[in-house]
Ligand binder design. Structure first.
Ligand SMILES: N[C@@H](Cc1c[nH]c[nH+]1)C(=O)O
Length: 383
């Protein structure tokens, strides 16, 4: 095997793609700042216990583990930055007021989440701590859609779900409660035959409700259908009320309800959402409420947020237009240096030809050149 081969689902990012990703990253972070989000940079790796605090079993399975030569303890490489940011809010900032934080960085997954998915997503996201009301969820959803718009993605469907529905259904059934993780898995996969088998010995009411969940999908009339089809439990009524209120707050967005869309939601506690774009099976944004993660770090804080993979989003964008550049000769003359500096200050790309490479075909589209004319450095158009 050649030694330059990369592992499966791990790839280099070449210049034109890297430029798209980086421009998008800057645009999104600048936009987060306009909404008042402060950037944080959690570490790439941590002690495993801390990394997995409050994170749930699927995060554990997705986390690469290694041994720390300094302490002998097991370290984990982050698979999701959200819980790290919750730790920062709970422990380091210690604020009581509303805190808005954002982040961008690589995460690693032991297994790809889809056939062609990367195992090294470039995760970017935003989180609000300290407000339990739906206004925070509405702001997060608006920001997620605004971020997609910055990537030129306007045709988005927002799928809403609420983990409270499933929690309320299984809370009344001891057997079901013990098998919560399996139930999440079957509902995620919409595995109806599997659900039939697993729920065989559950209380009839629990079983009927669980089997009804995968069919509770569609536009907002699903909420009314769910009120009829699901048991009249306070937890379910509250979850459906919250979904209804959020749909109203969301205004114009194209919203669907999918009460079984529980993919990847093992630390979430309330309203959850996923954004889909035409032609892609996987969600491009995932987010939702996770009020109990801060508690796991010793400081209960309401929390909601979203994250997405910049690499995936950049792939959906058209190729970035190339900005024409200016070629300049190599030289140490003060006039030349000053001319080049002035052009760069004005935002121009100036590429100096290194000695012996004056006729190289460069990657940039140079439509002008700096030349000496009658003792002055001038710009000449290259026809
Ligand atoms: N980090 C979660 C999404 C999320 C961010 N904040 C809350 N939820 C994910 O990647 O699925």
């Amino acid at each position: 095997m050649p030694n330059w081969l990369l592992p499966e689902n791990i790839a280099d990012v070449l210049p034109s793609e890297a430029r798209k990703i980086e421009e998008l990253r800057r645009r999104m972070l600048d936009n987060f700042r306009l909404y008042g989000y402060e950037m944080v940079m959690p570490p790439l790796l941590e002690y495993l216990e801390s990394l997995l605090t409050g994170a749930g079993q699927d995060t554990d399975l997705r986390t690469f583990k290694l041994v720390d030569q300094l302490s002998g303890r097991t370290l984990g490489i982050r698979a999701d930055m959200t819980t790290q940011v919750a730790r920062i809010d709970a422990h380091l900032l210690n604020r009581d007021s509303v805190t808005r934080l954002c982040y961008a960085g690589s995460v690693l997954h032991t297994r790809p989440s889809g056939l062609h998915a990367t195992r090294e997503p470039l995760q970017i996201g935003a989180e609000i701590y300290g407000h339990a009301g739906l206004e925070a969820d509405a702001e997060i959803q608006e920001l997620a859609l605004a971020s997609l718009a910055l990537a030129g993605i306007g045709k988005v469907r927002l799928d809403l779900c609420h983990v409270g529905v499933l929690r309320a259904i299984i809370a009344n059934d001891e057997k079901a409660a013990k098998q919560a993780a399996q139930l999440f898995g079957l509902l995620e996969a919409k595995d109806i035959p599997g659900l039939h088998i697993l729920t065989k010995d559950y209380l009839p009411a629990t079983r009927d409700a669980l089997l009804a969940l995968p069919g509770l999908y569609g536009d907002i009339e699903v909420i009314a259908r769910a009120r009829k089809a699901l048991p009249a439990l306070p937890g379910i009524a509250q979850a459906l009320d919250e979904l209804q209120a959020l749909v109203q707050l969301a205004g114009e967005a194209n919203i669907t309800i999918d009460l079984a869309d529980l993919r990847g939601y093992h630390y979430h506690s309330g309203v959850m959402f996923a954004a889909y774009v035409p032609g892609l099976p996987n969600a491009v944004v995932r987010g939702g409420r996770y009020d109990h993660v801060g508690e796991a770090f010793g400081r209960a804080r309401p929390a909601t947020g979203f994250s997405m993979d910049l690499r995936e989003l950049a792939r959906l964008m058209p190729g970035a237009e190339r900005k024409p550049a200016i070629r300049a000769p190599w030289g140490t003359e003060a006039g030349l240096r000053e001319k080049i500096a002035e052009l760069r200050r004005a935002g121009e790309i100036v590429i100096q030809s290194l000695p012996g490479h004056e006729n190289d075909q460069d990657e940039f589209d140079c439509d002008r050149a700096v030349e000496l004319s009658n003792g002055n450095w001038i710009i000449k158009n290259l026809g």
